[in-house]
Design a binder for this molecule. Sequence first.
Ligand code: SF4
Length: 278
Amino acid sequence: MMFGSLVRPSALSREGSGKALSSGWAVNFAVGCTHGCVFCYARRIAEQLNPYGLPESAFAGGWGGYLHVPDNLGRLVESTPWGRWRGEVLLMSSTHDPYLPRLYFPHRWPRRILLAALPRGVGFTVLTRSPLALQDLDVFARYRGQVTLMYSVPTLDWALTRLTEPGAPPPGARLAALRRAKEAGVRTGVVVAPIIVVGGWEERLRRLFEVLAELGPDVVYGEVLHSRGSNVTLLRKLGLSPRLGPRADAETGRYFEKLLAEHGLKGEYWYEWSHKFR
Ligand code: SF4
């Protein structure tokens, strides 16, 4: 598999939520994600939109069971004219976790990309669920004006996490990594997404905010679960029947904003639906 370019317009921007995470660009350097989150929106991009024209056999392992790295990645890192994105903020990454073990060892791809781009004045939002990002804490700290390290933490509920994010590190490990980054002077953030609106969701969100208030990330974003591809069908097979649509979005957004204000945290809830439902 070959990639034509490393930096592309961010799909998240087109969906209206990427503005807060990037200035409209994303760096993706693999197809697949071994965290295998059941609700994942990237699965639809990889398997249905299939932008790299991979054969069906490439997806045989099922979501979470395959990870394809382009054969020309080393050359792309070297040949990308990073200076073109000076002053921009790139999201790393929008269709996979950049700090998957197989992306870090042995080639240390995220580090190589950061060290190629940061000296050219490029900014990054690094979005991950993995404490492996701490391998590059020295880089984040050296370029602290250009990097925000963001952890995705939809919930602290371990049973729900194991069910819906079967290959991802525990939420506590993510927040411990965030604490270390913050102590090193790195700008940090948390993306509370997707918020799965099933029984007890308000209590779970309240408990997460109590922990976030103590940690004090620079920014906290949130978003309710959206139906993408077959993700809702897959969640239902696991016994979860989340509320969806404009009213669930509005209710979740209102509660999220209340918690932000109560805890004096900066951030924003990303509404999917129009104002009339709020
Ligand atoms: S970490 Fe992100 S890209 Fe990877 S499976 Fe989970 S939601 Fe999808």
